[in-house]
Each structure stands twice: as C-alpha cells, then as structure tokens.
Design a protein around this ligand. Structure first.
Ligand code: BG6
Ligand code: MG
Length: 214
C-alpha cells in the first residue's frame, strides 16, 4: 500500500465548470414543470445522480408523474446537458487543476475520480485528462450515489489505498458528507456555506498547493 495520500477528484464543479450546465438543463426542465429552481436549491442537486435529482425536484414541486414521464424527463435533461457540453475541451479545465495533477503524479501520488455522472468518462476524454487517472469511478459503477460513500470506497479499493489516506476534492455537500462518513480528508471547493462540514475549504482550486498535504 502506498503511503502518499491518494487524491480523489469529483468532476463537475471541481475539474471543470460543467456544474453550471447541469443547473441550466435542470432549470429548463423545471420551467416546463412550472417550478422555479433556485441556485440555493440547486446546491442540493450537486453530486446527486440524475434520477435522484429528479426525485428531489418532483418533491419540491409537489408533483407526481408516471414512470414513463420520469424516464422521458431524464432523457430530455441529459440531451440538453450533452448539447451544452458538446464543445468542451482542455480549455474548460478549472485553473490550477492540471498543474496540481501533473505535480501530484510527479511526486508519486495516485489520482482517482469519483463522479456521480454517467457522462464522466466522456468528459474526461474531451478534457484530455483520462490517462492521468489511476482509477475512475462514475455513475455507472455504483448503486448508491453521494451522499452514500460507495463510490469513494470503490475508488480507494481500486487504488489499493486506505480510506484514511485519501483526500477528496468536492464542490458538493453530498460529496463531503460521503467522504466524511468513511474518514477521508475532505476538501470543499467553492463559496457555499454547505461546504463548512469539510475538513478544509478553499474558495478556488488554484489556491490548493501539493505541499498542503505533506
Ligand atoms: C454530478 C453532478 O457530478 O453528476 C450532478 O454534480 C449530476 O449535478 C450528476 O446530477 C449526474 O450526472 P449525469 O451526467 O449522469 O446526469
Ligand atoms: Mg461536483
């Protein structure tokens, strides 16, 4: 087992700003359901699987729909989202992320991804980052999405790392809760007050230095 901390990255909102595109797509869907999705409520959708997001929205909007409609909405949401990300490339990597990953690899840290998104591998390839990851866990690999720690546990197993020796980078409350549950070191990135439950919070990824984890 490697003693250097293993870094487990979230994707949307940590590596790339696709979180804004998820929000835009859900906003359009919510508009058609006569529900106004606020930025504050959207914080609760971050890190949560597509179907669990729709469950939450239907609850907030006090709506009941058939399973056929449910699946149609999921499909529509994903199509809206895929349309928005069709042109992303390495210029969409958030400042500081690429340099951190390169430096961490140079210093023999293992790098893993755990994203609730089923589009994660596709996006990593578009960003030209796929080959940097020693393990990739996405929405297709787990039964329970964040705040359940299943995906983080799998990422630690795939990298042969002790969970206590893993550092999680997350922009979502759900992700921080999941990492905290299994005693990983949780790093919140962003301005949301919901991130205060993390071991440490940075407003921007570019403020993080590899030496912070020595
Ligand atoms: C997470 C996002 O990374 O992926 C959530 O934070 C999103 O907002 C979830 O709902 C699922 O993504 P996808 O791409 O499978 O719809
Ligand atoms: Mg995220």
């Amino acid at each position: 087992m490697n003693n250097m901390p293993t870094f487990i990255f979230d994707l949307d909102g940590v590596i790339t700003n696709t979180e804004d595109y998820h929000f835009d797509a859900w906003k359009s869907i919510c508009f058609s359901l006569n529900y106004d999705l606020s930025a504050e409520k959207n914080e609760e959708l971050k890190g949560v699987s597509r179907s669990k997001c729709l469950d939450k929205i239907l609850k907030w909007a006090n709506l009941n729909i058939s399973s056929k409609e449910f699946n149609e909405i999921l499909k529509k949401k994903n199509n809206l989202y895929l349309n928005k990300i069709s042109n992303i490339d390495s210029s969409n990597i958030i400042k500081g992320v690429y340099d951190f990953i390169e430096n961490a690899k140079k210093h023999n840290h293992l790098i893993a991804l755990y994203s609730s998104s089923k589009n994660a591998k596709f996006i990593l390839k578009k960003l030209n980052l796929y080959s940097y990851f020693d393990a990739i866990v996405d929405g297709n690999s787990v039964k329970a999405s964040k705040p359940d720690p299943e995906g983080f546990i799998l990422a630690s197993k795939l990298t042969n790392s002790n969970p206590k020796n893993c550092v999680v980078f997350e922009d979502s409350e759900a992700g921080i809760i999941a990492g905290n549950k299994i005693n990983m070191t949780t790093i919140g990135i962003g301005k949301s007050s919901k991130l205060k439950i993390a071991n440490k919070v940075y407003e921007k990824f570019e403020e993080i230095n590899l030496n912070d984890f020595k």
